[in-house]
Structure formats: structure tokens, C-alpha cells
Design a protein around this ligand. Structure first.
Ligand code: BGC
Length: 374
């Protein structure tokens, strides 16, 4: 927690990683989950500053949204290089580079995270700045939320990714409530139907319309985005496959073909798995996910992006290390997901028995301490 607050820029942005030059930007995806973690941990003011930063950054990207909508009305093809960005400079500028920017998931996750924030703070009305950004983002998602675009791992730009659809669904539903717009709720259902249709094949949810593998990000379809019930057989089968194919010594990898820094296990996904386990009341399994993450904090309290890739696939690891240096040793999104899982587990402490607070297991005490210090 301490590191997230320390690395929040004056603008409200969260740098993806303070120690990895490629991540010296603020991603809507990482930042939105990070703001959610802050809300969960009682730091709503900092989360609010992030949301205001998003509103002004998206405002700056509104000409790109307008141009994309104009092209659509004119019957022209999507121009992926001219779509609003996945990440902004910390000051909120659109960065003119060749990053695979067309990723709609972050816009959906932002709307979801903002709505969570409003609920936490008991805010009923959007400020004018937020309202304008929410409207622009919702119209962008309504138009392009089901288009082929880059996935949440920024690797495949030609497919419709099932996990991305989950983020879009949650975003449109959130916008529908925030704006009181039933048409957006209807659009969210169209997206959900696509998840359940082309996203679900042979009894499980597949990575994309071009890839039958599973992907760790599919966990978000259940928790937190609620596209499907966590007990739905196809979702349970997806988790079974994720565990069979992506487990790396207790942590979770992104997908079977992942070679980025050797394709190690990610705290972000291990926490997502733990979050799912809490949702099905398997607290022991969730606790093991939390412990796996806790063992990966370094002595300075840093928590990296991924672990174990150098042993799993040394050649790929070395190729990436040669290109970009060592992987991110401190990723704010990793911290955030750890906090989300820890707060989920705190909420499951033994219930009150006789009106007095129930006994708090010693492990939770330790973890509260650990969490505050991180
Ligand atoms: C990941 C993205 C993430 C970005 C910044 C990339 O390597 O694939 O999901 O948003 O890093 O953390």
C-alpha cells in the first residue's frame, strides 16, 4: 500500500512500474485495478485523484474517439494506430509512439472501477468532468467494444478476446447506471451474449475467437466482472484448465504460449485466482495464493511483475532481458491485486459469536501489518 501511495504521481496517475523504463506510463487497466484496491483499503481520496486524472486524460483523447466514431459512421475500417491509447504519460498526455494502443479493456475497467469508487464514497452524481469522460468512454465502448483489438497482455491485435469482452461488459453496465442510460445496459447484454456465444466453446471459455487456449485473465469473467456465475459449469471447467495449464509452483502464468521474460507466474493473476477461490468459499486455496504472493516481496517491499520465467524458459527470458533489461521488479498492479485479495480474506474472518468481535486468526494479524507496510 505504502508503495502505491508513494508512486502516485502528483497528477493522480499511477506509474505502472517505477523501475522499468518501458512501464514509465499510466495504463488505464493497471491504474483502474489499483484505484479499486485503494478504495478497498480505505484510501478513497487517492483513488478519487486517479479517477479525476482519467477524466482529464480521456478528455484529451476525445478527438481520437470522435474521429474513430466518424470513420465508423462513414463506413470506413477501424484504424488501430489512431485509436485512443491504452496508456498515457503520467501527466495525462496521449503518447505518440507505436505502442499497441488499441486495447478497449482498460476503458471498460476504468468505468467499472469508477462506479465502485462512487459506491464506496457514497457519491450519487458525477462531477461535470467525470460525466463527460464517462459519456465519451461509454460511446467508444458501445461502438468498438466487440471489435478485434489487442488483448490485456498487448500481444494479439487481430482477435476478439473473451477476457476483454468481460471488461467491456462491466464498463458498459457501470456506465449505464452512472448515466442512467438503458441503451448502454442493453449493449452490455449484447457483449455478454458474445462471451457466452463465441467466447464459450466445448464447455469452457477460450482465450479469443482465434485461440482455443485458456488465459488467466478469463478469471475476471467471474470475479470481479460478473459476466458469468462462478459456479457455471463452463466457468468451473475454465478454472480447471487454467490450473492444469498455467500453474507454476503455486503461482499463475498468463497463458500456455507466454514467452514474455520466460512466461513466469504473475502476482496479478495469482491474486485473481485467490479472489475466485474466496468467491467459491475455498478460503484455504485463497490463502495459499496470498502466501505465494507474500513470499515474493523483496526486502525493500517491492513486488515484481512475474516470477520463475528465467528457469522455465531461459532462452526467452534472456532474449527479453537483452532487449529491455531485467523484468519490472516493482509493479503497482501486483501490489494492488495483493491488497484486493488480502481485503477479501480479511472480510472472511470468523463471524461474531456473542456480540463481541470474533477471534482474529494470528495469520490475519500478521497480514494486516504486512499490508499496511507495503
Ligand atoms: C502487460 C500489460 C500491462 C503492462 C503494464 C504489460 O507487459 O502485458 O497487461 O498493462 O505491462 O503493467
Amino acid at each position: 500500500m505504502e508503495r502505491i501511495l508513494r508512486f502516485q504521481h502528483d497528477s493522480g496517475a499511477f506509474v505502472a512500474s517505477p523501475d522499468f523504463a518501458q512501464y514509465n506510463f499510466c495504463w488505464l487497466r493497471d491504474g483502474s485495478f489499483t484505484a479499486y484496491a485503494l478504495d478497498r483499503a480505505g484510501h478513497a481520496e487517492a483513488a478519487g485523484r486517479f479517477h479525476n486524472w482519467c477524466a482529464s486524460s480521456i478528455d484529451r483523447a476525445t478527438p481520437l474517439i470522435a474521429a474513430a466514431l466518424d470513420r465508423l459512421s462513414a463506413g470506413l475500417d477501424v484504424d488501430p494506430g489512431a485509436m485512443p491509447p491504452a496508456r498515457f504519460s503520467l501527466e495525462g498526455a496521449v503518447v505518440d509512439d507505436d505502442w499497441p494502443n488499441f486495447q478497449v479493456d482498460g476503458y471498460g475497467t476504468w468505468l467499472w472501477s469508477l462506479y465502485q469508487h462512487l459506491q464506496v464514497t457514497g457519491t450519487l452524481a458525477l462531477s461535470p468532468g467525470l460525466a463527460a469522460a464517462v459519456k465519451a468512454t461509454a460511446s467508444y465502448l458501445a461502438a468498438f467494444g466487440m471489435s478485434p483489438c489487442f488483448d490485456v497482455w498487448e500481444e494479439d491485435g487481430r482477435s476478439v478476446h473473451t477476457a476483454t469482452l468481460g471488461c467491456v461488459y462491466a464498463g458498459l453496465r457501470s456506465a449505464a447506471v452512472m448515466l442512467g442510460d438503458d441503451a448502454l445496459a442493453g449493449q452490455a447484454e449484447v457483449v455478454r451474449a458474445s462471451v457466452l456465444g463465441q467466447g464459450r466453446r466445448d464447455g469452457y471459455f477460450r482465450k479469443s475467437d482465434h485461440n482455443e487456449d485458456v488465459d488467466g485473465a478469463l478469471l475476471w469473467l467471474g470475479v470481479p466482472f460478473g459476466v458469468v456465475d462462478v459456479h457455471e459449469p463452463a466457468f468451473a471447467e475454465t478454472v480447471t484448465r487454467i490450473m492444469a495449464e498455467l500453474d507454476l509452483a503455486g503461482g499463475l502464468r498468463r497463458n500456455p504460449a507466454d514467452t514474455y521474460y520466460g512466461g513466469g507466474a504473475w502476482p496479478v493473476l495469482t491474486a485473481s485466482l485467490g479472489w475466485y477461490y474466496v468467491s467459491i468459499d475455498d478460503i484455504g486455496a485463497a490463502d495459499r495464493c496470498l502466501s505465494w504472493i507474500e513470499a515474493r516481496f523483496d526486502e525493500e517491499g517491492r513486488l515484481g511483475e512475474q516470477f520463475g520465467g528465467e528457469a522455465r524458459d531461459p532462452r526467452s527470458y534472456a532474449a527479453w532481458a537483452q532487449r529491455w533489461g531485467p523484468p519490472a521488479a516493482d509493479l503497482l498492479w501486483s501490489h494492488a491485486m495483493y491488497i484486493v485479495l488480502a481485503t477479501e480474506l480479511f472480510a472472511r474472518r470468523p463471524p461474531l459469536v456473542d456480540g463481541a468481535p470474533g477471534p482474529v486468526p494470528p495469520v490475519s494479524n500478521d497480514r494486516r501489518q504486512t499490508m499496511d507496510n507495503k
